[in-house]
Design a protein around this ligand. Structure first.
Ligand code: PLP
Length: 501
């Protein structure tokens, strides 16, 4: 296995040994695929912000669990009892992992990731906070931490990021304070991302929580990106004003299978009344003309058969990371991020988005860039086809933030542009390439990315000549084709099983 970061950090040797062990067991790290040069290359997976790879330790726990799998709504037989116990344990693990006070908080699983969780939060709080019809969020947000609030609340205020020395930094807390003042008594909650899924910039959530609380509003954190990279402490902060009221995240961003969404919240926010989702498992009794929702949390928020395997897999992943220690993981990743920023910014042909001064704006998990003058889709295609480096491109479901940053970069490059020209150019070139990290990302992976980008920038004409644009706005290699079917398809896998059985 490749060596991880240098040893300038404070992590204990034991924690580092655990980290190396867990990092090395990720499934898919050794994947080799044919590339455009005719060789086969090991894939470098730099798309963990979209979804992390599954860890072997998680898969192992699930393989051991699977023979006992049963529905948690059955209560008597052995498999049901075991499944219920482990499913309950997964809730406890979630509460522990985010440092939530178990007497005051509940954790529940919802469908479809953070998006499902945010929709539940917005729908529920919009019913329960009469007169509070404003939500404050930021322009840095993933659409999942924006559109649900727009749907359920009258007004959503988008706070801008700070202007850093070179580019945009974290969310501007003064703008949040101004919005709280301007909407005094009307703000239900402030909801910001802990870590940007575009730039990896970490937001000062504790300070924002203190402001929200001082104005009688709740603090909600979109922890989709924070969860796997930065330690979270929801309750019991030295200053209680820094406590977080609701944290939302997804299993697929933290090495678990499927995409269970998770909401961790102060219990009273989800008590009383009728939950947003109704059906089996959340009622005490039902008559033809009425029903009584159970008072028990988390059951009342988990209508229907839950994603039991996904939740248990998530519990296993959280426990594995807890054994290493999130502080250690954060330290390791801070070094990796610094290396990536240093390597990529050494090439003037690469434009990195967001202020790169990490002493002022620390980052985790992801960074986005463009090779100057090259379409993001072309850069991503070349990285994939010639280097087997998997990255994401486009706008990462954060259109307003990406639009602002691309516009800012174009304006900085050419101050002669009129506002209309700038807008048209930004619309045409909107998009970036994102490299994102997981526990298994090594220094060598980052160095390979930097070398690949240097090569792309240096031999731009060669690469450009190999591609043609597609009607969908991507770029396709003129001769090299990757046929997914030839590598894997479910039908052949099932046929193979029948042949072997
Ligand atoms: C910051 C952030 N919030 C929300 C989401 C949505 O998560 P999901 O796709 O699990 O619903 C994402 C996904 O990338 C994200 O990065």
């Amino acid at each position: 296995m490749q060596q991880r970061a240098s040893s300038t950090h404070l992590a204990t040797k034991a924690a580092r040994a655990l980290l190396d062990k867990v990092a090395g067991c990720a499934i898919g790290l050794d994947l080799e695929l044919p590339i455009a040069t005719g060789e086969r290359r090991r894939r470098i997976y730099l798309d963990s912000t979209a979804s992390t790879l599954r860890l072997g330790v998680v898969q192992d726990a699930l393989d051991h669990y699977q023979p006992y799998y049963a529905n948690t709504h059955s209560t008597v037989h052995f498999g049901a009892r075991l499944s219920t116990q482990e499913y309950r344990w997964a809730h406890d693990m979630v509460l522990d992992f985010v440092g939530a006070d178990k007497d005051r908080c509940t954790a529940f699983f919802v469908g479809s990731g953070t998006t499902g969780g945010m929709n539940r939060v917005a729908a529920t709080l919009s019913q329960r906070m009469p007169g509070r019809d404003v939500v404050i969020t930021s322009i840095m947000e993933h659409h999942s931490n924006d559109l649900p609030h727009r749907k359920y609340f009258k007004t959503v205020v988008h706070a801008p990021p700070e202007c850093g020395a070179t580019s945009m930094g974290c969310v501007d807390i003064k703008a949040i304070e101004r919005a709280l003042e301007a909407n005094k008594g009307r703000v239900a909650y402030v909801s910001v991302t802990g870590v940007s899924n575009v730039t990896g910039i970490i937001n000062p959530i504790r300070e924002i929580a203190a402001l929200a609380h001082a104005h009688g509003a709740l603090m909600v954190v979109d922890a989709a990106q924070m969860i796997a990279h930065v330690p979270i402490r929801m309750s019991g902060n030295p200053d209680p004003a820094h406590d977080i009221d609701i944290v939302v995240f997804s299993g697929h961003k933290i090495y678990a299978p499927g995409s269970p969404g998770v909401v961790v919240a102060r219990r009273e926010l989800f008590e009383g009344g009728v939950p947003v989702e109704v059906g089996g498992g959340m009622v005490d009794d039902v008559w033809l003309d009425r029903f009584t929702p159970t008072a028990a949390l988390p059951d009342r928020e988990e209508a229907g058969t839950p994603n039991i395997t996904g939740a248990i897999g998530l519990g296993a992943a959280l426990y594995a990371l807890h054994r290493i220690g999130m502080d250690t993981l954060f330290e390791e990743e801070t070094e990796l991020m610094q290396l990536a920023l240093t390597k990529l910014s050494a090439n003037p042909e690469i434009a990195i988005y967001g202020d790169t001064d990490t002493s002022r704006y620390p980052r985790a998990g992801a960074l986005s860039f463009n090779v100057r003058g090259m379409h993001h889709a072309l850069t991503a295609a070349i990285l994939n086809d010639y280097f087997n480096i998997a990255v994401r491109n486009q706008c990462f479901c954060a259109h307003p933030y990406v639009r602002e940053m691309v516009t800012e970069a174009l304006a900085a490059a050419d101050s002669e542009l009129t506002a209309a020209e700038l807008e048209a150019l930004a619309e045409m070139q909107r998009g970036m390439v994102r490299a994102s990290f997981g526990i298994y990302t090594t220094r060598a992976d980052v160095e390979t990315l930097a070398v690949a980008l240097d090569d792309i920038a240096a031999r731009r004409a060669f690469y450009e000549a190999q591609y043609e644009p597609t009607p969908a706005g991507d770029y396709q290699h003129k001769t090299f084709r990757f046929e997914p079917e030839s590598v894997f398809n479910v039908r052949s896998a099932v046929d193979g099983w029948f042949e072997r059985a």
